[in-house]
Design a protein around this ligand. Sequence first.
Ligand SMILES: [Zn+2]
Length: 372
Amino acid sequence: MSFHHTVQATDGPARAGTLHTAHGPVQTPVFMPVGTAGTVKAMTADQVRATGAGIVLGNTYHLMLRPGADRVAALGGLHRFMDWPGPILTDSGGFQVMSLAGLRTMDEGGVTFRSHLDGSKHRLTPESATEIQHKLDATISMVLDECTPHPATDAQVRSSMEMSMRWAARSRAAFVARPGYAQFGIVQGGTLPEMRARSVAALTGIGFEGYAVGGLAVGEGQAAMFAVLDCTVPLLPADRPRYLMGVGTPDDLLGAVSRGIDMFDCVMPTRAGRTARAFTSTGVLNMKNARHAADAGPIDAGCGCTACTRHSRAYLHHLFRANEMLGPMLLTAHNLTYYQSLMQGMREAISEGRLASHVAAVRAGWTQGATS
Ligand SMILES: [Zn+2]
């Protein structure tokens, strides 16, 4: 079976569909929890599945440094290693090299860096990033690119984008095609519509199973991000999945799905869950806030997660105040369940042709509850 995306319904630019992969199907639009080092932090694989997640993300940078791609391959690949038989998408490692590693030097060939763990020297090239993801057995691999810094001059945006396109061609040449597996190209070009269009043209000329929009959620703001999507998404092939990397807040997801994006990943729900912040249908709550101390009600009345069906806000408040590890575990489960419910609600609304009114209703809900 070849990797492909079928669109079952559209509502304006928004699409509801199915991603068919070697590791099973995934309904889109989809949110992928981030399993950085072979684990979605604070969650067992069964707990991640219970939130409704069908695909997770792994970080090549972390896994190549520890335990190493060869070790993961020898142990049967990342699916077996982390008990996730379903689809896994891995990033190329490039973004995290730029944000985490020390002493980076970039040249046309690739990027040389020192590990943030032990200072050891490593080099990532389009070819090696592709090979590492193959060893990890990623269902969906990403090309190595340079995430253009923000802000940048027009000349910097252009030269960075052009190098990323040369790297995309090299990544593609190194990719070993297998039935049901995919490699996605990444559109760069900052906030310049002409550069985005040239990037799309370069990538579609190479040809990938899917296309990601990269270089966003790096401080440009939601309005600029949506403006980039408005000029970029219509240029992407309608028969390929579209992935907005590293995004975002629940409100970002509503806006990006409405603009035709099919796939997302972000550390936000898991990171927030570890720091006592709860995403709910009535807004964001801080479970450490004293107003929850004696509240017998659930975090979110409509939520079916363990935290909401079995425990009170008061209990979550107590766990975080006492620094008990169950607090982050329960709240991560809740936040991921909330994100999955948000995507499920949009899939249904797209299928029924009522996405705009659905988005308006979800946003109205967030303004009803007192936040914090
Ligand atoms: Zn819940």
